[in-house]
Design a protein around this ligand. Structure first.
Ligand code: NDP
Length: 344
């Protein structure tokens, strides 16, 4: 992307005298307070890019990691990597979308998501089908596609499998519970509070453990006995991974896909032998949406599940764009459920 007046503005649909847009810029790493509202020039889409005027911006835990510096990025940057809106202009060579199209994206490495407008590589955009409103579409992208690849590709669930899903009232967790159930698995869910337990039951979990009140390993063992669980989907990381590992059946799989409580330390391969020749993977969404075709297929599967009623994406809270810091505070304080959105 380029900014007005810096050249390379050879694109269709952009205003001749572009205006500024509001965005949440991070000038230094730190707590939620470093998320500052700023006026920035509207980006001009470069070759292969489209300018999206956004109606909603997704908040994801990964945005916290970039804000704190756990994941690296040169400063300053506009946080956020997920959004939905209408294409306002396209750069050279773009044929897959055109001005006026309703589109959504997730996990764009350029970031820039917490803003009224973002220039996004066109290959990362998907069309939003009729019948799905903007907010639901945004909510379905990053967390929905993550839950989808976890349940259908990382460990393809089928009837008879027992899956342990941590943080089951959260964005990914609430979707993963539903998709795991739809594939016929038995789901043991963990959550932080009794209120979240109610939600997890509503998403279809067979057993719910409030892991803030009881040891989830003991409670899970009481349910599955010696057999263990076939797969543990662990997004909490530091506080849970070791007990998750201990609950696997022989040749089961530990899927560590997040660090909500902090990163998992290095693991000796021998530990996997001792746990029953188990598998450990640390997957990330970008490797499961490698091509525009794979992205379109995965997003399409999530949208279709929503349209058919098989999947309900819960938007737990919306915040004005300017209140991005509050959204991060609530997310990190474990106060949120489902998806949280910023509204420009
Ligand atoms: P969530 O909505 O799940 O929010 C995080 C939840 O984690 C909290 O609500 C809380 O639920 C639980 N949690 C447990 N311990 C802590 C802690 N110490 N601090 C904060 N939260 C804690 O967030 P997302 O759905 O956005 O993301 C979930 C996880 O999935 C994140 O770790 C994220 O990085 C990861 N992720 C990974 C992807 C991948 O491809 N690898 C893609 C998308 C997300 P409770 O109170 O119930 O314990």
């Amino acid at each position: 992307m380029t900014y007005p007046g810096t050249g390379d503005g050879n694109c269709r649909g952009v205003a001749r005298f572009p205006t500024g847009v509001k965005a949440i810029r991070v000038d230094r790493l730190g707590g939620p307070e470093v998320l500052q509202l700023a006026d920035v020039p509207e980006p001009v889409p470069g070759p292969g890019e489209a300018l999206v005027r956004q109606s909603a911006c997704g908040v994801n835990f990964i945005d916290v990691y970039f804000r704190t510096g756990l994941y690296k990025r040169p400063l300053p940057f506009i946080d956020g990597r997920e959004g939905v809106g209408v294409v306002a202009a396209v750069g050279d060579g773009v044929t897959s979308v055109k001005p006026g199209d309703r589109v959504a994206y997730a996990q764009t490495p350029n970031m820039g998501g917490y803003a009224e407008a973002n220039a996004v590589p066109a290959r990362e955009l998907v069309h939003v089908p009729d019948g799905i409103d903007d907010r639901d579409a945004c909510a379905a992208m990053l967390q929905g596609m993550t839950a989808h690849y976890l349940a259908s590709d990382t460990f393809p669930l089928r009837p008879g499998h027992v899956a342990l899903v941590h943080a089951a009232a959260g964005g990914v967790g609430s979707t993963l519970v539903q998709l795991a159930k739809a594939r016929g698995a038995t789901v043991i869910a963990t959550v932080g509070t009794p209120e979240k337990a109610e939600l997890a039951r509503g998403f279809g979990a067979d057993h719910v453990i409030v892991y803030a009140q009881q040891d989830f390993a003991e409670a899970t063992r009481a349910l599955v006995g010696e057999h263990g669980v076939d797969v543990a989907y662990d997004s909490v990381g530091k506080d849970t991974w070791e007990r998750s590992l201990s609950l696997l059946r022989q040749r089961g799989m530990l899927v560590v896909y997040g660090n909500s409580s902090g990163p998992v330390p290095p693991i000796e391969p021998q530990k996997l032998a001792g746990a029953g020749s188990v598998f450990l993977t640390r997957p990330t969404l970008v490797d499961y949406i490698r091509t525009p075709e794979e992205l379109a297929a995965r997003a399409g599967a999530v949208f279709e599940a929503m349209r058919s009623g098989a999947l309900h994406i819960r938007v737990g809270a919306t915040y004005p764009l300017a209140a991005a810091a509050d959204a991060h505070r609530d997310l990190e304080a474990r106060k949120t459920t489902g998806k949280i959105l910023l509204i420009p």
